[in-house]
Design a protein around this ligand. Sequence first.
Ligand SMILES: *[C@@H]1O[C@H](CO)[C@@H](O)[C@H](O)[C@H]1NC(C)=O
Ligand SMILES: *[C@@H]1O[C@H](CO)[C@@H](O)[C@H](O)[C@H]1NC(C)=O
Length: 581
Amino acid sequence: MDKILWICSILTFVVTCEGKAWTDEEETPEYWQNLAKEELQAAIKVEEPNKKKAKNVILFLGDGMSVATITAGRIMKGQLQDKSGEETVLAMDKFHHAGLSKTYSVDRQVADSASTATAYLCGVKAMFYTLGLSGQARKDVCGSEKGNQVKSVLVDAYEDGKATGIVTTTRINHATPAGAYAHTASRKWYGDAQLSEDARKNGCRDIAQQFFDSSHMITVAMGGGRKYFQPNTTFDPEYSTEANTRLDGQDLISKWKQKQVENGQNAKYIWNKEQFDLVNPEKTDRLLGLFQPSDMQYEAERESDKAGEPSLAEMTQKSIEILRKNSNGYFLLVEGGRIDHGHHGNHVYKALRDTVAFDDAIEKAVQMTSDDDTLIIVTADHSHTFNLGGYTDRGTPIWGLVQWNGEVQLAHDGKPYTSVSYGNGEGYQGTGTYDEMGPHHRENLTGVATGDLNYRHQTSVPLKSESHGGDDVIILARGPMSHLFHGVHQQSYIAYAMRYAACIGSVRGHCEENPEGTSYQTNNFLGMELGRAQTSTALNVQFALLIILFTCVIIMGILLHKKNSRRGYIAQQQCEDGRQL
Ligand SMILES: *[C@@H]1O[C@H](CO)[C@@H](O)[C@H](O)[C@H]1NC(C)=O
Ligand SMILES: *[C@@H]1O[C@H](CO)[C@@H](O)[C@H](O)[C@H]1NC(C)=O
């Protein structure tokens, strides 16, 4: 009894202590059969693929979001709502089509975020740490950039007249977002202060500079990283003692604004939540939001940010509101970038809380778009060494100790253990020094708050930073051509399939062959281009007008027959009232 009380006191979830973590229905066969029936009906509905042209494409990239991360994130999403967790349905869980993505790079079995961004955004696998360059380029060798640049889907979309957007919780010049516009032999060349001697001498451009150079092609960009855009003689507006980092004296933010205005755009630069809330999408053609000097906050710490930051879902919403004004459609990249950073630090809570925020952003995009004309893809760039195991009870807090029937289990060293852990990383150490560690020097987790923000879950190999994983990641898709994601794919296929679905870039031969598949479901009404919803409103208005017209004609007929009768007079009044309405 004592033990049970103790478990209750360290676990924040009461479900495991007060009875079962599941429902009575779950114990019956009917429950699972009915669930299967529902799923089957949904599956039968999507048997017929949607072969329309994707007017809009949204790529959701969960950085480091392995399948284990999705499972654990799903459990956390439920537990944040005081549920057991496992049964939760994520927004991404509802996508009809799924495939796997093989993430290795040309030279590494386990890839980084730059080589993988080159794969899923440009359609070409690349060398570790290189960005927007084919495998013929060499990491850190400035001279190898020349002639090896490969184009991204974002640039293709721009060239085909679409609006484009990049949203991230990392820096806007970090590997994933930079994959959409930059070409660099090192992903670490964030600003000119980070360029190597060789890069500087040979005129290679830093990534912030490349963002500016490409910014006529980018309608909306939001994330962190503003210190790379302003001179080292100036200070950050939010942290007044932190200097910016550019050495070349350029203020790329004011230059950005000037460039957009010269192009006739109504452009806005914002750096805090208040300014973000004030952005009116209807009156904004171009938006640049840089909310931190470096990466944005983890979702778990966002509330305490000094100047305030929008959530990933809010940034996604604002982006779509601006991008959808383009009648040719848009391409939007949304990165949940700090899932990866949480994992690198073995910080389970941070990684999973950001996974939940990422799913919230997906939910928002699904609500705001139609799968009739918008292809939404959810995938990751690579995995992590994160895993969950230990047969722990249903409803156990995702960061908590393994327990069976409410009893905390002990490992062979006599100490409790968590169900989530890592293959490597800084979480190895626990307390004490490496030298003191015998074979059983694993921290005794009894009474340890493993759900704390900065708690590092245990690992089997001590590394300063936990590494990526090499296992396949998932590709989920809904909307036009989502059936093209259906099996085990090369990661580089994703870019190719997006081009095919949207008829952009080099993959468009089929679009002319199948004109039916290329129409956008828009209609011309009184000279206005209308989408589906607007068309149906217009048709309703048209119908109502016709009814009024018919009524008037009939009433006029009656009037002609009973010219002088009082009834006729009233009817005429009604008719006029009707027209006024
Ligand atoms: C800023 O950069 C210039 C050019 O490299 C350098 O001479 C100067 O010392 C830097 N200033 C500060 C405050 O770091
Ligand atoms: C772990 O800590 C608990 C509580 O202090 C203690 O009862 C237990 O014996 C410890 N286990 C080991 C193997 O040291």
